[in-house]
Each structure stands twice: as structure tokens, then as C-alpha cells.
Design a protein around this ligand. Structure first.
Ligand code: PMT
Length: 398
């Protein structure tokens, strides 16, 4: 595929060099376009060497008179990574002040935008409105990650990992088959928060990325998706029915309220196993001495679903620090599931929070399918692929 790689001016611009290299490695012809501010962060020579192409930057070079039109017409995909708040605004409002924004207006193919910026800029109403406009135009937004940003703040706005951006490109190259049409998929995602007192709670590190990736992928494959989500910093995927909850008890109520029409249930949420036995209704005051918090067990939603399994497919997760497959098989049996997605947690490569994951799909029939490390979106597609086969009653092997 012939891809225009637009690079705009942000600290994450250096990551676009690696992206350009990966795109070339995957067999694409890459035409780099750098904005003037991108040139303050990275050198055009780097991109020229990596892609073997002349880097386009300036609308007013004598030879560039209609170059933006030629480039727009001679390429199949426009990818902008990183995309600053400014370029999103220019694209959303059709401003054509620079080479990249002019090219955008002349371009007729699919557009993928991977934003990166300061958290406040990302959360600003103006940016939200611009993103909404761009989404409505059908452009793909590769959501930024949460983390420590170059400006020293912690929050959303970090450029998505290159693997997630490459994945978005792969989905344009190989369009998704709508093989979940007619299915109603109920997915849980994110952590739960169990109240200690009005200002404190017990929770876990789940970011919601794995569950949201499943929801996004299921929608693209034609399913009606109901997403029951604990508190996370992610936007609702397009086209899902969102139910936001906080505690495990709220999640249980929401799941059973939405269960009836569901043909597939995927329990990806990291639900509390214990909650404070007697939450205080006033803030617990600090004392010098140690305090003890009594915890009461929380009912297992997945196990309860397993008891009333019916005809629907039931997929659970197993998050384990050790004995991954042994515990996953036990959960498959005990919770009466059709599949358990087993992933490792804690330490390097933990499934929690990261943009990537590696899993084993432990199937009811005894098969175990290893899915090597990939973006959570790619893992989601592998999981859904197995669900499609299960729903078609096809013998499940690789
Ligand atoms: O959100 P991310 O940062 O992307 O991270 C993804 C993830 C690590 C949270 C996800 O991939 C994952 O492993 N989710 C399940 C986490 C978990 O709670 O695992 P578990 O082994 O403790 O629970 C097993 C299963 O029982 C899970 O399907 C869980 O949803 C379910 N459960 C657990 C407790 C409970 N009270 N009710 C439940 O339904």
C-alpha cells in the first residue's frame, strides 16, 4: 500500500521514525510529510533515509506548486503520527495553511490519526469536539495511552505504541469480515472500586484497554456490543452501548440487567475478590497506630453466569502471576466457561495497563492456543476469531 506518513511537531515525533521503518518492513511504500514544527523535533534526512523518498515539508517550494495534489492522488492511506491538537483542529475545520493540511483536503482515501499531546489539551472541549468531527468523517483515531508525559504531568496523551498504530494500518489493508453480525456481545472491562470510606477505595491496575479493544473489534465485526465498564480513562468505543459502574456489586447488577439478549459474554473486567466489610460513611481519621481493614468476599459474577450458562457463549479471563495454564484450566471447569483467556500479570510484560498482551486461549475441548505478544486490539481479534468458530460449532484448533 502507498502510505503518506504525516509527522507533526511534538516530542513524540521521534517515534515516527521507527514507525516509518516498520511500515517499510511490512512492504508499504511510505511518503513522509513533515510539518514545519515537526522539523524542529526530527530531521527530514532520517525519514528520507528510512523510506527512500524525498520528504515533503513546504507548500511554497517552487517545485511543490501542485505536489500536495499529486501526493494526495498518488497514495492509498493517510496516517498522521503523532497528530498534534493543532493538526486535528486544522483537519476538523478544513484549514489549509500547510502542506499536510492542504494535502488532507485533497486526499480521498482512509485516514488514521494517532494523537499525542498534553493531558489538558487532550481533554479540552475544543479537542474533544474536533475528534468527534473527525470520527464522524470516518477517520480512525488510535487513542493515546496514559502515562508520564514529557511535560511532567501524568495522564492521557502519550502517543499510542507503534504496534497499535501498525495494527490500525493492517486493518485498513485487510478489512475486517463482519462475522459477528447478529450476535449480541456483553463485555465487561476495567477495574472495580470498593469503598473504604468517602475518599478511599480498593482497586487494581486494570486500565480497561483489553476490554475496550474487544468491544471495538466486536463492533467492527458487526456485533451489537454492550460494554459494562469500571472506572477507566478511555473514551467509549464507537457504536457500543455503555454502562458505567464503580463497584463489583454495581457490575453484577448491570451484567444481569443486560444479560437476557446476549449471545456471547466476555468477562474481561478485573473484579474485586474482596471489599471492605463495613465501609465507613465518614472519612477515617489518621491515628498513630496501625489499622486493620476487615475484608468480606465479593460474589464471583463469572461463576454465577456459569451456573445459568444456557446457550450463550461464556468467555472468562484468568490473570495469574504463576501456574498460568493450571489455574486457567481450573477456572474453565469451575466457572463452566467455553473459553478462558489466560494472561500473565505482574512484573515485566504484565497484561495490566500495557498496550500489548500475550495470551493462551484455553478452550473447553482441551485445546490451548498460544497467541504471541501483539497489540491488545490484535489479541482481541484472535479471541473473537475463536468465538466465531465456537458459535459456528466448528472444531476449534488454530
Ligand atoms: O484492563 P487492562 O489494563 O487492559 O488489563 C487487562 C486485564 C489484565 C485486566 C485482563 O486481560 C484480565 O486478565 N482480566 C481479568 C482479571 C481478573 O480479575 O482475573 P481473575 O483471574 O482474578 O478472574 C477470573 C475471571 O473471573 C475473570 O473473567 C473475572 O472477570 C471474573 N471475576 C472475578 C472476580 C469476581 N468477583 N467476579 C468475576 O466475574
Amino acid at each position: 500500500m502507498r502510505i503518506i506518513l504525516g509527522v507533526t511537531g511534538g516530542i513524540a515525533a521521534y517515534k515516527a521514525a521507527d514507525l516509518a521503518r516498520s511500515l517499510v518492513r511490512e512492504g508499504h511504500e511510505v511518503q513522509p510529510v513533515l510539518t514545519r514544527s515537526a522539523e524542529e523535533f526530527v530531521s527530514a534526512v532520517t525519514f528520507a533515509s528510512l523510506t527512500g523518498k524525498k520528504v515533503l515539508t513546504n507548500l511554497f517550494e517552487p517545485s511543490a506548486a501542485i505536489e500536495h495534489i499529486d501526493v494526495a492522488q498518488g497514495n492509498d492511506l493517510l496516517l498522521v503520527a503523532p497528530a498534534t491538537a493543532n493538526i486535528l483542529a486544522e483537519f476538523a475545520h478544513g484549514l489549509a495553511g500547510g502542506f499536510l493540511s492542504t494535502l488532507y483536503l485533497a486526499f480521498r482515501g482512509p485516514v488514521i490519526l494517532a494523537p499525542a499531546m498534553n493531558t489538558n489539551m487532550w481533554e479540552h472541549d475544543a479537542t474533544r469536539a474536533n475528534l468527534e468531527t473527525l470520527r464522524r468523517r470516518g477517520h480512525v483515531i488510535v487513542e493515546p495511552g496514559v502515562g508520564m508525559l514529557a511535560c511532567g504531568t501524568f495522564g492521557a496523551g502519550r502517543l499510542a505504541e507503534n504496534e497499535a498504530i501498525l495494527d490500525a494500518v493492517r486493518r485498513v489493508v485487510n478489512p475486517v469480515v463482519r462475522d459477528l453480525e447478529g450476535e449480541i456481545v456483553l463485555i465487561t472491562a476495567g477495574p472495580t472500586q470498593e469503598t473504604i470510606d468517602p475518599v478511599r477505595y480498593i482497586s487494581n491496575r486494570s486500565s480497561g484497554k483489553m476490554g475496550y479493544a474487544l468491544a471495538e473489534a466486536a463492533v467492527e465485526r458487526g456485533a451489537k456490543v454492550i460494554l459494562v465498564s469500571g472506572p477507566v480513562a478511555l473514551d467509549a468505543p464507537r457504536g457500543v452501548e455503555m454502562v458505567r459502574v464503580r463497584t463489583a456489586a454495581e457490575m453484577r447488577t448491570a451484567v444481569f440487567a443486560k444479560l437476557e439478549p446476549a449471545t456471547v459474554v466476555i468477562k474481561c473486567a478485573a473484579v474485586a475478590d474482596y471489599r471492605p466489610a463495613a465501609p465507613a460513611d465518614r472519612k477515617i481519621k489518621k491515628k498513630g497506630a496501625a489499622v486493620t481493614l476487615e475484608l468480606a468476599p465479593v460474589g464471583d459474577i463469572l461463576a454465577e453466569l456459569g451456573q445459568t450458562h444456557g446457550n450463550r457463549l461464556l468467555v472468562g479471563f484468568a490473570a495469574e502471576t504463576d501456574n498460568l495454564l493450571e489455574y486457567a484450566r481450573r477456572k474453565l471447569e469451575e466457572k463452566n466457561c467455553d473459553m478462558i483467556v489466560a494472561n500473565r500479570v505482574g512484573g515485566e510484560g504484565s497484561a495490566f495497563e500495557s498496550d500489548t498482551n500475550e495470551v493462551f486461549l484455553v478452550m473447553k475441548g482441551g485445546e490451548v492456543i498460544e497467541v504471541p505478544r501483539a497489540s491488545k486490539r490484535a489479541i482481541a481479534d484472535r479471541i473473537l476469531g475463536q468465538i466465531v468458530r465456537l458459535s459456528q460449532g466448528v472444531a476449534v484448533t488454530r
